[in-house]
Design a protein around this ligand. Structure first.
Ligand code: SF4
Ligand code: SF4
Length: 414
């Protein structure tokens, strides 16, 4: 696709990046087949190809309206289109640039600003989010249905957490909403790794990876969160106190993998960001790399009498962002669980960070579609790899939803 950048962006790093991406798009439309919003709404402007065209027009200086921005707001940034695109169009990066331009050139209503401002303030603050979640749980029976679905009825206790006793250590991230919504995830990860001979280290004060505010179009605030996290982690990396970073939320992992790109123009942080992006792995990659130790442990335990039937929901951040497929499924099968078939596994569940709150209608429709696909094989449990998907699916599921590491932890219990 041809593009003639307008003066306001020509010659800037963002302009050059956007131009290169737009020029790669050959307008073939293959991506529309896997785009969840196009599948639901059937409007070309709610497809990747349509959105690329809207962004191109905005970058060429054409007038933009709240309607133009709405088509980008409706995009889940699931990146299914990137997986499908035969030309290697990096849609996610282009969407970041387009959104920044549209945000600056359009005005949101007071309600939208308040809603987005509240999310950007509360979500990256674990203590505040935890306190509000506690109040929400007390008030849960009295909340309207839509709001009640966002507040979990039960939060699994974390259980015992082993001390950091091994020479081999990896960093992990507590995250912003995960400590309050699902403290059992990192505790289960710590127990599984401890049995393999690796200690999981959480650095106090290391909170949000930056994705939340970045994707709320507060890109500078998101970058500030990224720098703050790097500052917390760097002393451990600099003195080789850890051998890597293992993320238990694939959403954080996909963002951190992108740090090298996101901070490439910051001379103070680009080298640290590149190092951290290289060290960061999804937890499943680390456990799979330790497969012999994992299998020895499994062999020492009595075989499960009743293997659980598990439907695995592969988050977009795992399959489209990190391009990881099959690893979690393999680990679940090796630990004795039986995977049930899941149709349309490439489609987003509608969680997408704060999307479920900002675009509730589309989000609920996608969740219903995903839950129907997950339920078709009659699983006893749904497993996922990302806290956002877990909380979102839990709000509508009749079947328990857990992180896959909790199922491995169960399989390894004495
Ligand atoms: S599949 Fe790729 S090249 Fe084809 S229209 Fe979509 S983004 Fe453009
Ligand atoms: S990121 Fe997802 S929702 Fe957005 S255009 Fe691509 S496939 Fe569609």
């Amino acid at each position: 696709m041809q593009i003639q950048l307008a003066d306001f962006i020509r010659g800037t790093p963002e302009g050059r990046a956007a131009e290169a991406i737009v020029r790669k798009c050959v307008h073939c439309g293959f991506c529309t087949a896997t785009c969840p919003t196009y599948q639901l709404l059937g409007d070309e402007l709610d497809s990747p190809r349509g959105r690329i065209y809207l962004i191109k027009q905005a970058l060429e200086g054409a007038p933009v309206t709240a309607r133009t921005r709405l088509h980008l707001d409706r995009c889940l940034t699931c990146r299914a289109c990137e997986t499908t695109c035969p030309s290697g169009v990096q849609y996610g990066r282009l969407a970041d640039i387009g959104r920044k331009v549209l945000e600056a050139r359009t005005t949101r209503s007071t309600w939208e600003n308040l809603q987005r401002g509240a999310l950007a303030y509360v979500l990256p603050r674990p203590a505040l989010f935890g306190a509000l979640l506690g109040l929400g749980r007390l008030a849960r029976p009295f909340l309207p249905r839509a709001l009640r679905e966002t507040v979990p009825a039960r939060i699994e206790p974390a259980g015992e957490r082993p001390p950091a006793r091994h020479r081999r250590r990896v960093l992990t991230l507590a995250g912003c909403v995960q400590p309050a919504l699902a403290p059992a995830i990192n505790a289960a990860a710590a127990r599984v790794l401890d049995r393999i001979g690796i200690s999981l280290v959480e650095v106090p004060g290391a909170g949000c990876c930056g994705a939340l505010r970045f994707h709320l179009n507060r890109q500078e605030a998101g970058l500030a969160d990224m720098r703050a996290l790097i500052d917390r982690w760097w002393p451990f990396i600099e003195r080789d106190a850890v051998e890597g970073i293992a993320l238990t939320a694939s959403g954080c992992g996909a963002t951190i993998e992108d740090y090298a790109h996101l901070l490439e123009h910051d001379p103070d942080y680009r080298h640290k960001a590149a190092r951290i992006a290289l060290l960061a792995k999804d937890l499943c990659e680390l456990v799979a790399a330790e497969a012999p130790a994992f299998e020895r442990l499994l062999a020492q335990r009595a075989p499960r009498r009743v293997p659980l039937r598990v439907a695995f929901q592969s988050p977009c951040s795992l399959q489209h962002g990190l391009k990881i497929t099959g690893i979690v499924e393999g680990l679940l099968e090796r630990s004795g669980h039986v995977l049930t078939p899941v149709a349309e596994a490439h489609l987003c569940c509608g969680s997408a960070g704060s999307y479920s709150i900002l675009q509730p209608e589309i989000s609920r429709q996608l969740r219903a579609r995903k839950l129907a696909a997950l339920a078709s094989g009659e699983p006893e449990v749904i497993a996922t790899a990302n806290i956002g998907c877990l909380a979102h699916l839990q709000g509508g599921a009749a079947t328990p939803v857990r992180h896959w590491i909790q199922l491995l932890d169960d399989a390894l219990q004495e």
